[in-house]
Design a binder for this molecule. Sequence first.
Ligand code: ATP
Length: 551
Amino acid sequence: MGPAPQRTAPAVWVAVGHAAPVTVSQFILTQRDDSSLSVSWLAPRQRSRTSVEYEVMFFEKGEEARYTVKHLLEPNVTLRDLQPDTAYLLRVRSITPLGPGPYSPEQEFRTLPPDTGALSGGVIVSIIFGVLLFIGLLLGLLIFRRKQAHRRQARPDYNTSGFDREKVWLKPYVDLQPYDDPSRGVLEFTKELDVSCVTMENVIGEGEFGEVYRGSLRLPGKECIVVAIKTLKSTYSDSQWWNFLREATIMGQFNHPNIVRLEGVVTKRRPMMIITEYMENGALDTFLRENEAKFSPVQLVSMLQGIASGMTYLSEHNYVHRDLAARNILVTHSLQCKVSDFGLSRILENDAEGTYETKGGKIPIRWTAPEAIAHRIFTSASDVWSFGIVMWEVLSFGDKPYGNMTNQEVMKSLEDGYRLPPPVDCPSILYELMKSCWSHDRIRRPHFQEIRAQLQHFISSPQLLRPVADFDPRVTLRLPSCSGSDGIPYRSIPEWLESIRMKRYISNFRTAGLDTMESILELTAEDLKQMGVSLPGHQKRILCSIQGFKE
Ligand code: ATP
C-alpha cells in the first residue's frame, strides 16, 4: 500500500483529551454607570470538565496602545475606574490547557455621562468638601507611593507563573527626562559597580558611544561571570552622555528572559561603562548571515517567539522601542534571542549605511511603520510593524529588507500598497503573520501577545509550517522608479533577481548569456534546470515573477 496522501493542515485548534479553546460570543452589557461597565458573555459549551479561563483585553477607543489585560475564571467582567461618557473596546478569548483561543471580535461599550442633576446649595457644599478631602487623600497617597517607589530598586518582577488574576498590566517604565540630573535617575535604577571587579578583555563591537568589550565581572562573594562592557568614549558630547545614562536607566528597569540583562554601571570613573550579560552569538542579523540555511523553520520560529515575548513585556510596560530590528537583537549560545539597544543616540549620531533618515530625528525607514515615518506616531503598534520586518529578516537569514531600493522608493511602494515578498521557502502561515503586522491601519495589526501566542502555536504544531508561501508578483513589491520596458519594472537581471530574493543565481543567468530583461521572458522550468536552478521552489518563484511581467 502506498503512503497516505498528505493533506495541508489548516490552522485549527485540535482537541486531544482537553476542550479546545473556542471563540467567545454573545456579549451582554449587564450594568453601566459613569465609571464602570459590567459585561458578560456566553461560556463556551464544554465536552469535558477541563477548566476554562478568560482573558479580557480592553482599551479606550483610539488608545489601543494603552490596553489592559485581565484574567478571569467566570464569563463576566466589571471594568472599573473608567472615564465618563467614553467608548471602550473589549476583546475576550477563552484559555484552556491547550492554550488560548482566538480573540472575539471587538465589542464597543460606552460609559454613562457624569450625573449632572440639580443640587441644593447644602449638597453642593458637602460635595465640594468631600471632593477636596478626597483629592487631599489621593495626593497624600500618591506622594507616599512615589517615595516608596523611589526607595525601591525599581526592578519589576516578571511573573512566569502563568495567570495573575485580575492583574492590570500597566506598569509604565520611568524615563530619564523628568530628572534634572540624569545621574540621579541612574542611581535609582542601576547598580554602580566597583571598577576593580570589572576586567576588559577584547573588543567585540563598535557601538554608538564607543567600543564594546567582552570581559568578566567578579563581584565579592559571587562567581565570576562573562559580560559585555559598553564604554563611553572620552570625547563624548553632552547628548551622548545623556543617552548613555538613559540606556542604562531603561535597561535597569526591565527583568525578562528575552531582554538583555543589565549587570550594573560604572559612572564614577572613566571610561563610563554599561555592563550587561554576554551574548555569545552577537547580533542576530550578522549571526543569521553567517549561518545561512542552517536552521529549521521551527528553530527560526522559536527565535521569533522569544523576541515576541520580550516585546510583549516591553509593551506591557508602555515602552515603545522604535528601533526593533535584527541588528538590535542579541543571541545566546543556545539561540535564545534577547531585545537590546534602548538608547536614542542612534537617532543623533553616526550612520554610515544610511539606515536612519533624518525627519525631525533619525528614523530607520525600512523598519518603521508609515504613520511613524509620516507623523511620528510611535506606538506598540508601530513596533509590531517593525517586528514583521524582523520576521522577514529572520526568514531570509539576514537579507537587507527591500534590497537596493532607496528609502524614498520604499516609502512610495508602501504607500502604493506593495509589501516585501515572502523570503525564499518561507512558510505561508508566517508570511500571513508578517503581512498582518504590515497592515496600513495600525488598529488592524495584531498585538504582541497575540503574535507570541500564534508563534507558540506554530512551534507546537510544526506541520502548520509546511506549506510554503507563493511569490505573488501582483501584491509584492516592485521598484517604482525603474525605467524598465513596459511591464518589466526592473532595469537589469541582477536587480530583478535581488528583488525576488534570488540573487544567488545572478552568475547562472550571466553564464547562460541572458543579459537583458527581454531575454528571460520565454524561460521554462527545463531551461532553469539546465542553468543550475534545480530547486522546484526557486524555479516556481522565478517563473511566477516572469509570468507577472506578461500579465
Ligand atoms: P547600534 O545602535 O548601532 O546598534 P550600539 O551603541 O547600541 O550601536 P550595540 O549594538 O549595543 O551598540 O553594540 C555593538 C555591537 O557589540 C553589537 O552589534 C554586538 O556585536 C556587540 N555587543 C553588544 N552588546 C553585546 C552583548 N551583550 N553580548 C555580545 N555582544 C554584544
